[in-house]
Design a protein around this ligand. Structure first.
Ligand code: DNO
Length: 391
């Protein structure tokens, strides 16, 4: 695996010299300073690449992400203009020699959690999705029309009770966490603007939303092919509909639909074990087996679930996905291709000195470093066991 690390640009509290010490050689980044939806000029890309690669040993391997604007997602009349800008960005990315672009097609919100500092049993903190908090937000804070009909009575009561047990600052924190924008999402809202933003989705069905993605892909995949790019879509996180918004890249069936309708070799997948794993009926192994050849980028992390529909980010080697078996399968796929697949340790716990430094939620230094070291250890062990040489 090509070990890489997500870097949020010059403002990232974890600088490139620090990344250099993690054993990652690939950088995953984006022009975070560039206005959403506007074409990425070639000079900007080259300039940013030069900044990254000025740290010896690092290379900008993957773009995460070029965000897809709401006009495209909602299929608005002006979407073609935005698609043209997107295609121009892709052409420029291709010229700059970067081969993988990660993006997502989640409406309005990118990845979503209810708690960013959930205490771990061993100390330190992790990310958590508490279903009743999400329901409480939806019904009692956002007051979304018709939200009550999305949940069983007992869950609504539990959510209400939970909300009453929370103080003002916890409630404000919940609102912030859900809609103020997590790292990489590029957008943030308050309750009023969020209500406006999700309003159009009441008229957009799953099928409409699928055709909006298809329309986008039909327009950009030929450009991506010409530019030699893999467009690695990121699965929905969490992989189910939240707040009444459609989600269409959540299950094995969704992915089958995506790749059968768009067989272009540039149509690719970001295999995110944590996102896919947050749904009990998603089995990681058959998903890998079916889509391995489409995987252009790996997000390795692990989640655990409970029966209440909550999930939390576990150690990279604990949780639902059997990482060792997955890495074994990844190495097989790499051998078949004769090429490494870029991987990054996704989301780390906030551990030890992480608590003294203000880093992006999920993007800690020590937590991710631990994850990377564990994953690398598994990889090395498998490789060593495969060569039957003595020691
Ligand atoms: C979260 C990330 C996502 C991801 C986007 C891709 O930590 O995995 O924000 O970057 O969904 O567009």
């Amino acid at each position: 695996m090509l070990k890489s690390w997500r870097w949020f640009g010059p403002k990232d509290p974890i600088g490139l010299e620090a990344v250099r010490q993690t054993s990652a050689t690939g950088i995953v980044s984006a022009l975070h300073h560039w206005p959403n939806g506007e074409t990425w000029p070639l000079e900007e890309i080259l300039d940013y690449k030069e900044k990254i690669e000025a740290t010896q040993g690092l290379k900008w391997e993957v773009i995460e992400s070029i965000p897809v604007v709401e006009s495209i997602k909602q299929g608005k009349p002006d979407r073609d203009e935005w698609i043209d800008k997107y295609r121009n960005s892709l052409k420029n990315v291709g010229k700059a020699g970067i081969k993988v672009v990660c993006y997502n097609f989640m409406p309005v919100l990118d990845w979503t959690r209810t708690h960013l500092q959930w205490p771990l049993p061993t100390g330190g903190y992790g990310l958590y999705y508490l279903k009743k908090a999400l329901i409480a937000f939806d019904i009692f804070l956002l007051k979304r029309k018709g939200a009550e009909s999305d949940y069983p009575e007992a869950e609504i009561l539990a959510a209400e009770k939970w909300l009453h047990s929370q103080g003002d600052s916890e409630i404000n924190q919940l609102i912030q966490t859900l809609i103020a924008g997590l790292p990489g999402s590029e957008l943030g809202f308050d309750i009023e603007s969020f209500r406006k933003e999700i309003e159009p989705y009441k008229d957009i069905t799953l099928d409409d939303y699928r055709s909006n993605l298809s329309y986008f892909l039909n327009a950009i995949l030929p450009t991506a092919e010409e530019a030699g790019l893999s467009m690695a879509i990121h699965p929905d996180d969490p992989p189910f509909s939240i707040l009444g918004l459609p989600r269409i890249i959540s299950t094995q069936e969704d992915l089958t639909h995506l790749f059968s309708h768009h067989p272009s070799p540039s149509n690719a997948l970001t295999f995110c074990t944590g996102s896919l794993g947050a749904r009990p009926d998603n089995d990681i192994q058959p998903m890998w087996d079916q889509f391995a050849s489409r995987v252009a980028f790996l997000h390795l992390r692990n989640v655990s679930l409970n029966e209440d529909g909550d999930f939390w980010e576990d150690d990279h080697l604990a949780g639902r996905a059997n990482m060792s078996l997955l890495i074994q399968a990844i190495l097989k796929e790499e051998e078949r291709r004769g090429q490494e697949i870029p991987m990054r340790p996704d989301h780390g716990h906030h551990l030890l000195d992480d608590l003294m430094r203000s880093t992006n939620p999920g993007y800690s230094l020590i937590g991710r470093l631990k994850g990377l070291a564990q994953l690398e250890g598994v990889e090395e062990a498998i490789k060593a066991l495969n060569t039957s040489k003595g020691f």
